[in-house]
Write a protein that binds this ligand. Structure first.
Ligand code: HEM
Length: 487
């Protein structure tokens, strides 16, 4: 691009060119391999500042990641949808927990701790476990990281197209941390699933489809400027919903100190998935409908019910547009994301309990997108563990560790992530009485399945087969704030 062209592009979408906002927030790393290192600082801040000074030049910026992703997409398009072999990158970003920030600042980072989002960050995920429904098997005392007795000060997220390159970078970072007296308290690896399952989570469903678009980062569709170009249904929201110091949908955001500008709050959660148990439960619930004589369209098996639990079929096609059967996939077609729930107010097609309706009710609250838009989060999760496939040998059986490394960015932990967990996912009376909790990630409950042919609904029990094994709340500061913290 000529200088003139680059200037014009930067004026139109300035956030694409940000050297201050860290990578993975607005421009996703989107890699096949990822490692998350949880670090504890030593008692003396000086070596930590020095460590940070050396780390900063290695941090990926939004500009770098966005430019790489654009080049990758163009190359992929030219290669008719296959991955361009020569293009690879290794990225890294850093976030700090409240104790980590306080340690580096040497003073109270957030003098006004009144706002809920600030309180959530200050208290940390361990103290907020009840709000998030982390009880029983998910109780924080059992967590692998984020427990009260095991402080985390910083989180490094390293991602690469190439596993060997990722390992080299991660070991360099481990050595540098150890030299400065930092301890790795937990290390979580993640990787996209192999073969046809790439881009799918362990239950088998395509993930990473519906993300918010971001104003001044994503290009609007010239014919439909509320949506991202080439991504029908991806609504463009103001950047302040995800990055601090930018305009928000509502003007009443709490005023946070200047150092938070261009930073973003982060949730890192390890969510273990019991794949065989979840599918066995879906099968049992499906058989129960037969036993009770509920009439269903011909050919609707367990997949049909599981798709209703998610709100999408395994391929990612929405139940909203394909109520009774998974449609054939159309190569090159945009994701099926232009979804409205206005005509499905009773949840006869996409149930009120469906995971994607619970976590983004879209226009299904009073016919207006606004109540859902203000709760949106940017998801950057990646699976961990091998796919469930007992015939494939060790690591693939029912007892092996597998699940989702859930990573999300937002501007307010309480208003966005915690609200989703408490008021929608785990709320039995979401939208209507006795809807039930989210059958994919919610706590145990009866859900009410309603259909046009069954308007009064039928109760089905869904126990929880996604267990929380660790959570950390952190803040990914701007590069300029990190430089100040490094002294
Ligand atoms: C193991 C745990 C989880 C699994 C297996 C899972 C699976 C999925 C799948 C298959 C989709 C549909 C694909 C897509 O639209 O990207 C989805 C969407 C989504 N999930 Fe999850 N998810 C998990 C945890 C969570 C958590 C903890 C949250 C938030 C608290 C969350 C929030 C969302 C949101 C906001 C969407 C997009 C909804 C939409 O806009 O239509 N998920 N998830």
């Amino acid at each position: 691009m000529s200088d003139h062209g680059a200037d014009a592009a930067a004026r139109k979408l300035p956030l694409r060119y940000s050297d201050d906002i860290q990578g993975d927030i607005l421009a996703g790393f989107r890699k096949d391999h990822e490692t998350v290192l949880m670090l504890r600082f030593p008692d003396d801040p000086e070596p930590v500042r020095k460590w940070l000074r050396r780390l900063i030049p290695q941090i990926s910026t939004t500009r770098q990641v966005a430019a790489f992703n654009a080049e990758y997409s163009t190359a992929r398009h030219t290669l008719a949808g296959t991955d361009p072999a020569g293009l690879s990158a290794t990225w890294m970003n850093v976030s700090l927990t409240y104790p980590g920030l306080k340690f580096l600042m040497g003073t109270e980072p957030l003098p006004d701790q009144e706002p809920d989002g600030v309180q959530a960050f200050v208290q940390g995920a361990f103290a907020r476990a009840e709000i998030n429904g982390d009880q029983g098997d998910s109780a924080p005392e059992e967590w692998l990281f984020g427990r009260a007795d095991q402080p985390v000060h910083a989180v490094l997220t390293i991602a690469s197209d190439d596993q060997a390159k990722l390992e080299v970078r991660a070991s360099e970072l481990r050595v540098a941390a150890a030299r400065a007296g930092l301890t790795v308290t937990f290390e979580q690896v993640g990787a996209t699933l192999p073969g046809e399952r790439r881009g799918h989570e362990h239950f088998g469903f395509k993930d990473g489809i519906s993300q918010p678009g971001v104003r001044d980062f994503d290009r609007p569709d010239p014919r439909d400027p509320i949506h991202v170009d080439g991504k029908p249904g991806t609504r463009i929201l103001p950047a302040g919903e995800f990055v601090l110091g930018h305009p928000k949908l509502t003007g009443d955001a709490p005023q946070l100190p200047e150092w938070t500008r261009n930073g973003s709050f982060q949730v890192v959660r390890r969510l273990a998935q019991d794949v065989p148990a979840w599918w066995a439960q879906a099968g049992a619930a499906r058989r129960q409908l037969d036993k009770e004589g509920v009439e269903l369209p011909p050919g609707t098996g367990t997949e049909w019910l599981a798709a209703r639990a998610v709100g999408r079929w395994r391929s990612g096609a929405s139940v909203a547009h394909n109520p009774n059967a998974e449609p054939p996939t159309k190569p090159g077609a945009p994701d099926d994301n232009l979804i409205s729930y206005v005509e499905d107010g009773e949840g006869h097609t996409t149930p009120h309990f469906a995971h994607i309706r619970k976590t983004n009710p879209r226009d299904g609250i009073g016919g207006d997108f606004a109540p859902a838009d203000v709760r949106r989060i940017i998801r950057r999760g990646i699976p961990y563990g091998q796919p469930f496939d007992p015939a494939a040998g060790q690591g693939h059986g029912p007892d092996a560790d597998r699940g989702l490394v859930f990573i999300a960015y937002m501007s307010d932990l309480a208003f966005q992530f915690e609200f989703l967990q408490q008021a929608w996912i785990n709320n039995r009376d979401f939208l209507q009485a006795e809807t039930g909790t989210d059958p994919v990630i919610g706590v145990d409950s009866d859900v009410t399945l309603k259909l046009d042919t069954l308007p009064s609904g039928r109760k089905l029990h869904f126990a929880q087969f996604v267990r929380t094994e660790g959570t950390v709340y952190a803040f990914a500061p701007s590069l300029s704030t990190l430089r100040e913290l490094a002294g």
